[in-house]
Design a protein around this ligand. Sequence first.
Ligand code: PSV
Ligand code: MN
Length: 424
Amino acid sequence: MQLEKYKIDEINQQQLADHKRKFDYVAEGISNLDDVLTKLEAFNVAIPSWALGTGGTRFGRFSGGGEPGSLEEKIEDVGVIQALNKSSNSISLHIPWDIPSNPSAIKALAAQVGLRFDAVNSNTFQNQKDQKYSYKFGSLHHVDKAVRKQAVEHNIEVIKYGAELGSNALSVWLADGSNFPGQLNFRGAFQNTLESLQEIYEALPDDWKVWVEYKPYEPNFYSTTIGDWGQSYLLASKLGQKAQTLVDLGHHLPNTNIEQIVSLLLMEGKLAGFHFNDSKYGDDDLTVGSINPYQLFLIFNELVEGMDARGMKHATDIGWMIDASHNLKDPIEDLIQSVEAIKIAYAQALIVDTAKLKAAQASNDTVQAQEILQQAYRTDVRALVAESRLRAGGALNPLATFRALDVRGNLIKERGATTVATGL
Ligand code: PSV
Ligand code: MN
């Protein structure tokens, strides 16, 4: 289903006076207002194809109805999000969950709803039907060369699909690791991973990047071969210019200072991009900003500061993507909330008084430094985000509009109540 713009405009009209009042109030205190609005309008976050269905846990999965049953329907759903928030202009595919049987038709459909293709993701963490060798003991790090070769070839195939769709990055996350001490020779596993990644790297088209994602545990619980940003950075450095580290917010042990990691990766030109989500304990894949919005703001503060220091374009010089999939909410509503949380944190980071903060840092004025950051964090920037969306042709309030137009009800009518999307 596609949302007609006039319906969104009608709902906007009803909310306009209230919005204007809130916008005028916050706008008065923002010295770089035009710059903030322009940057907010340009900022988009890719939607992962696997987040459009209700996720499950290993204990069960409770689908909510109207889930996309095909790649085409997943694209339609992202089109709905994009029509509402004008901040989700791309989709990230996971192969083989989303193999495009007719790439040019898929590309045309995406273009029709204003989408392009973000990074493509390989999957060597599950065995596929008719697969010759098992990934039970890993893939790119495997002790058996034949298994590594199969996994390398899969990644090269994913690049091929991505190239056909106009994507320009391969995202690699490996479940490779060990469950028990002694199971694995750490150096051997690392060397095998490096050599496998080198073969994949060689197959990258000129303008492509490979993003190396890390994660401390799960599904392995003793060691993970690319377990933290140091290991990912080491691989990315050895591989070369086209390889960078991907930060997934859920892939850190509790209380890790992610903003510091981000700052240093940016300094080294090695920050590929983000998988946004939120968590309380581990890789919980909860809605962005639902647990710790202050941390999200602090991360964005480092991103803005670090990107500005290198003269980077915020909207396009890093890959921004949500990676979440959980089991309670309507997936589209969850994604709308996530994108909103990201844009709020970004807007807050854009209004930090950086000159004052630098001065406070230079004079060790800790109290003032905290005041400056929290001044920005405690500003209600929601009307700024809404205004940028309005200017881009989206909904003032995407979530309320999604509900007012009964999009889910219509999707259930169209697709049925029992469709189940591919993914985890
Ligand atoms: C692994 O937990 C991960 O974060 C990787 O990005 C995967 O590709 C994604 O989740 C989907 O399973
Ligand atoms: Mn991820």
